[in-house]
Design a protein around this ligand. Structure first.
Ligand SMILES: Nc1ncnc2c1ncn2[C@@H]1O[C@H](COP(=O)(O)OP(=O)(O)OP(=O)(O)O)[C@@H](O)[C@H]1O
Ligand SMILES: O=C(O)[C@H](O)CO
Length: 532
């Protein structure tokens, strides 16, 4: 047994003893409090707190603040972090991604007359949504020099995003050595900037992406394949812009912020092994399902750009999920919870994470359950939540019970292996699985209504649905059963959206529309403490 495991066992034992001592007192306090509080009010309070905490996270990562911090104009110098460039009416802008409209607006406000021309590719419907929701400040101005093109419905490349890609390519190809090309990149950029390597057609490329996505490939794996199948990804765009100076401003939506993978790295060198994309197709057993043209291109990898080919490029990471989690944490504290950011690298299957979140909630909620925890379960829990045992111990031992409750915050992006015919997203699936597991695990009356999970995407869209995510909680299952709905059935058909639409009048779906930003997903787990 290693030292960490020994510590963990000691910690569980200590917590257990502490709990046994206070159990009778605590139970008395709980029953008197439960008698005073209406369970529905308590649940509603927790849901609105969770929503407020999530929104604070999203607000903190709106593009304007990142661009304003990263980009300054001082006389004839353009300053980006520690770099400085000569500007004199020589700036061009291109961009692709869910946050790019707001990024472009902030750029044009800062660059002013130095901006000559631009083209951005943004999700279909963005202009209408932003205009109708009073967010015109997230769009280029009415007399803008930036051409705004929309496409990639449901986050898949289409003819419109392909036209946008052609416009971007023709703009960058005409640039001179004295020009500066600002490239605005954010999540969703891969689908909004497609340019398949011939003879692969757009439809063939879409087929590969759909296959990989539904088999549960990670975004890192998908984008490694995309880099080889596109002439603009993996540094291709930057190479086309030569001899102009290329300055990329990147908002990360991938765990660990790998610049070469965000929107498939159009301005970043691809350092993957040439054989890697084929290994990925083999891993998901789809080599025989992908079009022949795709196999041909992957078997004969195209030119890889070396450092010397991209000397004219600087890539700047300007924003990440971390800023969102920090803001969420601060708001949780203001709402009188004891906040803890558990991880910003949450990955893995949405259902497994839903289980782990439920387990964690029950551990915190009914601490006497610690006696039931077996070592293999703890291992599983840590793996599912992407945390070490020591972080988990730290969390359990530092929870301050004098506040209204605990708020455990996570960031990251999970996956779903879609095998059913239903409609849903990874956040809704996680929240529903959470509810079901919480229902199974919390078999005592006391645990009812005392925890709520909110899981949602900062971009406002979860999978091919109009919801950003959903709430998960114990009572949801009771309500479903009352309504004659079988949550397990919906889950096995990957129909979390169908479930949430029907259950509780659709009130547990989080619908906020396109937010205009994108830094992965956020989970807010609220757990009421069991004392006054
Ligand atoms: N019926 C479903 N139930 C659950 N998840 C689904 C379902 N259909 C699709 N998904 C999941 O939705 C995800 C795609 O969602 P989305 O288009 O929002 O991608 P994204 O990763 O957020 O996009 P980006 O990273 O490009 O911004 C995939 O992980 C896919 O497995
Ligand atoms: O566009 C993409 O490739 C994903 O959002 C990851 O950045």
């Amino acid at each position: 047994m290693c030292a960490a495991e020994g510590n963990f066992k000691r910690c569980v034992k200590l917590l257990h003893q502490r709990l046994q001592l206070s159990k009778i007192r605590t139970c008395r306090m709980i029953s008197s409090r439960i008698a005073r509080e209406k369970p529905q009010d308590k649940l509603q309070d927790m849901k609105s707190d969770a929503f407020k905490i999530f929104l604070a996270g999203v607000d903190a990562v709106m593009p304007k603040s990142f661009i304003t911090k990263a980009l300054k104009v001082d006389n004839e110098r353009l300053l980006v972090q520690d770099f400085s460039y000569h500007i004199a009416n020589n700036v061009y802008v291109v961009g692709f991604g869910k946050a790019v409209a707001g990024m472009a607006r902030a750029v044009e406000d800062i660059i002013g007359h130095h901006l000559v021309e631009g083209v951005i590719s943004i999700p279909e419907g963005t202009t209408d949504i932003m205009s109708q929701s009073g967010k015109r400040d997230l769009l280029p101005g009415s007399d803008s020099k930036i051409l705004v093109l929309e496409g990639a419905k449901h986050n898949l490349p289409d003819k419109n995003s392909s036209v946008a890609a052609d416009c971007i390519i023709s703009l960058v190809k005409k640039l001179k050595a004295t020009d500066i090309l600002l490239v605005l990149i954010s999540g969703g950029g891969s689908a909004l900037f497609p340019a398949p390597v011939p003879p692969v057609t757009l439809d063939e490329k879409i087929a590969v992406i759909k296959l990989l996505s539904t088999r549960g490939a990670t975004i890192q794996e998908m984008n490694s394949v995309r880099k080889q199948l596109s002439v603009v990804k993996g540094g291709g765009l930057a190479a086309m812009a030569k001899p102009a100076q290329v300055v990329s401003l990147i908002l990360s939506d991938i765990v660990g912020d790998p610049l070469d993978l965000i929107a498939s790295g159009p301005t970043v060198r691809n350092t993957d092994d040439a054989s890697y994309p084929l290994e990925i197709l083999k891993k998901y057993n789809i080599e025989n399902d992908v079009p022949q043209s795709v196999l041909c291109v992957l078997k004969k990898p195209r030119k890889v750009y070396e450092e010397k080919d991209l000397y004219h490029v600087q890539n700047f990471l300007i924003g990440t999920n971390k800023q969102a989690l920090e803001a969420a944490r601060a708001t949780a504290f203001q709402c009188n919870y004891h906040p803890c950011v558990l991880t910003m690298s949450l990955q893995g299957e949405a259902k497994v994470v839903g289980w782990a979140m439920a387990y964690l909630a029950v551990m915190c909620q009914e601490l006497n359950n610690l006696k039931r925890i077996e070592e293999p379960e703890v291992e599983k829990l840590c793996t599912a939540l992407c945390v070490s045992k020591s972080s988990l111990i730290e969390l359990l031992t530092t929870l301050e019970t004098h506040r209204k409750g605990f708020c455990i915050i996570c960031g990251g992006e999970t996956i779903v292996k879609v095998t059913g015919q239903g409609k849903g997203g990874r956040n809704q699936e996680m929240a529903l699985e959470y509810s079901l597991q919480n229902y199974y695990l919390s078999n005592s009356q006391l645990s009812r209504s005392t925890s709520v999970l909110l899981s949602a995407g900062t971009d406002g869209i979860d999978g091919p649905t109009d919801a950003a995510g959903a709430f998960g909680y114990h009572e949801l299952i009771l309500r479903a059963l009352e309504q004659g709905l079988d949550p397990g059935k919906y889950l096995s058909n990957n129909d979390s959206y169908g479930f949430y639409l029907k259950c509780n009048g659709g009130n547990d779906l989080i619908k906020i529309g396109h937010t205009g930003t994108n830094v992965m997903d956020i989970q807010v787990l609220l757990i009421r403490t069991i004392q006054d």
